[in-house]
Ligand binder design. Structure first.
Ligand SMILES: NC(=O)c1ccc[n+]([C@@H]2O[C@H](COP(=O)([O-])OP(=O)(O)OC[C@H]3O[C@@H](n4cnc5c(N)ncnc54)[C@H](O)[C@@H]3O)[C@@H](O)[C@H]2O)c1
Length: 251
């Protein structure tokens, strides 16, 4: 899987899984654009990667805001000349708590949809014109095991991640003729450096018990699949959702 000099945007690259993806893709020789709303964390990731001798830059981006996503795409092309891969990873996730569906405030529902679903769409909208012009590209959207397991007390998040699968399938049909591949990755529970109210030691233990591969997954575990979807090795793969969950459930 050769990612040398591929220009790859990672939304939400400032922490967690996006941070791990950004580091590992840069180590493979990609030029990584960390597009995050959190300036301090996003800058830090870009700086760390650059200090290690790899190529990265930070672009402050709010994926819910169309001009901001357009500026993200333009700044990427201005700096690196093209956009080979968009990884829609940003989400309202770690900060969310669980609550019964009837107690989710409307604003919280709207915020989750705005980042997790509208944000992915807007980023696609911003990069696809460049991908068409250059003759192809790859879009990797981020879903979750939550829609398949019907994780309770998390209805806005579960619904947004189910929407990501539909977005990936429908968009794949619309952009295939320009050699643009659109796929989704659906992770199971993954422990990152960020504490989450919804992920305690007992829940982690239960999740591992459900897996066929009985160990705790760390962000680095998922990057192999992302690398594959970003590379030319997956040129004939589109409109698919790949479940990276240690076999906790099977589709
Ligand atoms: N960690 C898991 O167990 C797990 C499981 C399944 C799916 N996922 C998905 O994987 C992805 C990464 O997960 P994570 O655990 O690293 O999440 P996280 O919540 O730790 O990180 C999300 C990132 O998105 C950024 N972000 C939030 N709003 C934004 C906005 N408006 N514009 C730009 N950036 C914004 C945040 O600043 C942060 O850097 C998410 O899409 C999540 O839903 C995670």
């Amino acid at each position: 899987m050769n990612l040398k000099d591929k220009v790859i945007i990672v939304t939400g690259g400032g922490q967690g899984i996006g941070r791990a993806i950004s580091h590992q893709l840069a180590e493979e020789g990609a030029k990584v654009v960390i597009a995050d709303i959190n300036e301090v964390k996003g800058q830090a990731v870009a700086r760390d990667i650059s200090r290690q001798g790899y190529t990265a830059m930070f672009i402050k981006t709010d994926v819910t805001d169309e001009p901001s996503t357009e500026a993200m795409a333009t700044a990427t092309v201005d700096k690196y000349g093209r956009i080979d891969v968009l990884i829609n990873n940003a989400a309202k996730f770690a900060e969310l708590g669980t609550k019964p569906f009837s107690q989710i405030p409307v604003k919280e529902w709207d915020d989750v949809m705005a980042v997790n679903l509208k944000g992915a769409w807007l980023c696609c909208k911003a990069v696809v014109p460049y991908m068409k012009k250059q003759g192809g590209g790859k879009i990797i959207n981020t879903s979750s095991s939550a829609p398949n397991t019907g994780r309770p007390l998390y209805l806005h998040y579960v619904t947004s991640k189910a929407g990501i699968v539909g977005l990936s399938h429908g968009l794949a049909r619309e952009v295939g003729e320009w050699n643009i591949n659109v796929n989704a990755v659906a992770y199971g529970g993954i422990t990152t450096e960020i504490d989450r109210k919804t992920w305690n030691v007992e829940q982690q233990r239960e999740a591992i018990n459900r897996q066929c591969i009985k160990r705790e997954p760390v962000p680095a575990e998922v990057v192999g699949t992302v690398k594959y979807l970003a590379s030319e090795d997956s040129d004939f793969l589109t409109g698919q959702t790949i479940y990276v969950n240690g076999g906790s459930y099977m589709t």
